[in-house]
Design a binder for this molecule. Structure first.
Ligand SMILES: [Zn+2]
Length: 277
């Protein structure tokens, strides 16, 4: 383990460009729930165990037409939770490393929780591949596009935690008055407006063009095989010349020559940072 930490620190010291990949495991050290498996989801949200509803069933756009109070109960609760959660120290360590990179950095995350921006990462350096909970779109598709959900309100939706139903005013479209929904890619979701994520990806692609000859290091945290977009992206980005540091307590396997560390994000980032500083 120590040898891997040393190797990781050396790769970061040598690099002049940093790509950060993040999945659900990154948020766990901030105290955010991990929805791994039905049991994990139901531990985080006991009312859904009683209703017999899984994460896959709740993360479904159908609720916003069939039962908006139930749909917004789930997303409204998470919106409040994410806005009121302080990102753990690992985010600040990554930010410090990012600022040292001569040729810049980018974040590529499947998380919708906005934690990188809340930790102070510049929004134009983040790709949220599944969208973000702080942004909304109209369910009627009236053409308003994607807009921010009540940015100064720490708890835009009130939720009865016994029933997990939203109470009172639900987020609605300021243009046509229809129910709004989070700009998040859900399961079986044909209506997700991908333009915001598309623009983020274009910025990332431009950066990749600029740094072709760079010494790229990739630090991937808490991205499992269940939703493997981030893992594949990070492996591809590493290619034959870059260094991938994969931090994952359960699924740390890496392509040959890369660095896989089987531990949590925060403790590993702190261990690497202790060597660097
Ligand atoms: Zn509308």
């Amino acid at each position: 383990m120590n040898e891997l930490i040393e190797k990781a620190a050396e790769a970061i010291r040598r690099a002049d460009a940093l790509l950060i990949g993040a999945g659900a495991g990154m948020g766990v050290d901030s105290g955010l729930p991990d929805f791994r498996g039905d049991q994990g989801f139901w531990r985080a949200y006991p009312p859904y165990a009683k209703l017999g509803l899984s994460f896959v069933e709740m993360a479904n756009p159908e609720w916003f037409s069939q039962d908006p109070q139930l749909g917004w109960g789930f997303y409204g609760h998470r919106l409040g939770l994410y806005r009121n959660t302080r990102p753990h120290k690992g985010f600040h360590i990554l930010k410090k490393w990012s600022e040292r990179m001569r040729r810049g950095f980018f974040v590529f995350t499947s998380n919708v929780d906005g934690q990188f921006q809340r930790a102070g990462f510049p929004p134009d350096r983040v790709v949220e591949i599944h969208g973000a909970i702080d942004w909304l779109q109209c369910t009627a598709g009236c053409g308003i596009g994607i807009y921010e959900c009540d940015p100064d309100n720490p708890q835009p939706v009130n939720v009865d935690e016994q029933t997990m139903r939203a109470v009172g005013q639900l987020p609605s479209c300021p243009r046509c008055g229809a129910i709004a929904r989070p700009n998040i890619l859900m399961f079986g979701d044909w209506d997700w407006d991908e333009r915001r994520t598309g623009e983020q990806q274009q910025r990332l692609n431009r950066w990749f063009q600029e740094i072709r000859s760079a010494n790229l290091v990739i630090v991937e945290c808490g991205s499992g095989q269940a939703i493997s977009t981030v893992r594949h992206f990070c492996e591809d980005a590493a290619g034959p010349d870059g260094t991938l540091i994969r931090i994952n307590p359960r699924e740390a396997e890496v392509p040959s020559g890369q660095i896989g560390i089987a531990a949590g994000a925060l403790e590993t980032l702190q261990a690497i940072d202790a060597i660097l500083s």
